[in-house]
Design a binder for this molecule. Structure first.
Ligand code: SF4
Length: 488
């Protein structure tokens, strides 16, 4: 029961009663001297012309454009720390006006509560993490699944409303915590049923079963043959590029044929797809080329004695150049391992050199539908249409987003483009993510926006408690004409 000094927070459905000097269940709101306050500082982004330059002063109306790529206010008010309105028929916490290139603009900011949200996780590795659809766990709880792998990367889909709300309370809590940590740039350990344990962190290399991945592959085995065939020509008789998906064989491959490389009588295990390209030479794993093999010869059958010859030179290499071995056939046409000749060292090094650093990419994906839109306009569907028509630019903590086509406002954002600790949570459980809508004031009026709530940027900046963060160089500046950067 609330005591007399408690105040009720109405920023989410939990409706905490908060005692003086204490915080609510999410640690986002507190009771300070009887006032409900947002405890984290509200973040504004400052634009600089280039790294190390001073902040560009606010553009006065009569001042000439200074030749910078964009003009307009040098401060953008993000939704980080802005607070939430719930239920959102109330106007968003901040609706800020600004003049951009002579056009009156408005930015509506709010911290959205996302029950429908998750993370798409790209892990640059060929090592086998688990089969598609296998369950991904954090702290033993199911938080997602393995989804379709991409070129050189394994993909996980985490979170979503089913894990947040459809299982046990503990599953929902752990899912929310996992998403929160990943989105805020923290390292998370995930284990995959019948697969690997992987430690992931946005913008950092993954560690698979405790081994840090360094490089993603240069391409599939077939592509690697195509890329390096010329460098192997006349230096070796046969090359096999071992790959879990498509293993390449130089003499049979189109690239080898074009160079006139003669047949070697090599015979491969697995299923032949097209000349010089083999599927399923081994089981997936964390060894050579994302397979389970430690001995590359295990994917070869006996050489054809009618074609092969003693002394035939064979290079076997993985798609990252991490594994390689050199052999010559003896009199019985059995491969005998020898030291890699100096003439081939460079080609193996070149494969490694062409492999990009392995990283983890965390994309937050959420649906800004439902009542959140009612904090922007009294006619929410018009906001959806406006985003779709690129009249309204959507950003997440000041970072550009990709808005999915189709219904609703479903967007994705790279969390490394956002200021740190931009995300929060509420114990319903759901994630709290910043979201900003920027559009022309005239368009805002026609959407049915809360014009009586619009306030000037200057009025916001006079409050010194706001935290100023330098905008990152790799994001387009937000307060420029919508025409230049589009609305998405
Ligand atoms: S969980 Fe946080 S936002 Fe929700 S009512 Fe409690 S203090 Fe307010």
């Amino acid at each position: 029961m609330p005591d007399g000094d408690s105040i009720r927070c109405d920023a989410c459905p939990v409706l905490c009663y908060i005692k003086p000097g204490r915080a609510g269940a999410c640690d986002r709101y507190g009771n300070r001297d009887g006032q409900l306050v947002r405890l984290d500082p509200h973040v504004v982004l400052d634009r600089t012309v280039a790294r190390g330059d001073s902040v560009v002063p606010f553009l006065e109306g009569e001042r000439e454009w200074d030749g910078n790529v964009v003009s307009g206010p040098s401060t953008f008010v993000t939704a980080i720390g802005a607070g939430t309105t719930y239920p959102d028929y109330k106007p968003a916490p901040f609706i800020i006006s600004s003049a951009v290139e002579g056009v009156d603009m408005v930015t509506v900011v709010t911290e959205g509560i996302f029950s429908y949200c998750g993370v798409k996780l790209k892990i640059d590795t060929d090592r086998y993490l688990g089969s598609e659809t296998n369950t991904v766990r954090a702290q033993g709880e199911p938080v997602g699944h393995v989804t379709t792998s991409e070129y050189g990367s394994q993909m996980l889909s985490l979170g979503g409303v089913r894990h947040l709300t459809g299982g046990t309370r503990h599953e929902g809590t752990v899912t929310c915590e996992t998403l929160l940590n990943l989105c805020n740039g923290k390292a998370v350990e995930l284990s995959i049923d019948n697969g690997a344990t992987v430690t992931v962190q946005a913008g950092k290399p993954p560690a698979v079963d405790g081994v840090q991945e360094e490089r993603m592959r240069v391409g599939c085995g077939s592509a690697t043959i195509g890329m390096f065939a010329k460098q192997w020509h006349n230096k070796v008789d046969e090359v096999v590029v071992v790959d879990d998906h498509i293993t390449g064989v130089l003499s049979q491959h189109q690239a080898g044929k074009l160079l006139g490389i003669p047949e070697t009588g090599i015979k491969m295990k697995g299923r032949r797809s097209t000349p010089g390209r083999y599927f399923q030479v081994a089981e997936p794993g964390t060894a050579w080329g994302g397979t389970n093999i430690q001995d590359p010869l295990s994917i070869l059958k006996d050489f054809n004695p009618k074609v092969a010859w003693p002394g035939l030179r064979l290079l076997m290499v993985s798609t990252t150049g991490e594994h390689y071995a050199y052999y010559e056939l003896d009199e019985a046409l059995h491969p005998v391992q020898k030291e890699l000749p100096g003439t081939l060292t460079e080609s193996v090094a070149r494969i490694k050199e062409n492999c990009e650093p392995a990283l983890c990419t965390v994309l937050f994906m959420g649906g800004a539908g439902g009542s959140l839109r009612a904090g922007v306009t009294e006619n929410p569907v018009r906001l959806t249409h406006s985003v779709r028509d690129a009249l309204t630019r959507l950003t997440c903590g000041g970072a550009p987003v990709y808005v999915w086509p189709g219904g609703g406002i479903t967007f994705m954002v790279d969390v490394t483009h956002m200021p740190e600790n931009a995300f929060g949570y509420v114990p319903t459980p759901a994630l709290v993510a910043p979201i900003e809508f920027t559009l022309k004031l005239s368009d805002y009026a026609s959407l049915g926006g809360y014009l009586d709530q619009v306030r000037s940027l200057d009025s916001i900046l006079s409050d010194e408690s706001r935290r100023h963060v330098m905008a990152t160089d790799n994001n387009p500046w937000l307060l420029s004409s919508t025409k230049r950067h589009g609305g998405r």
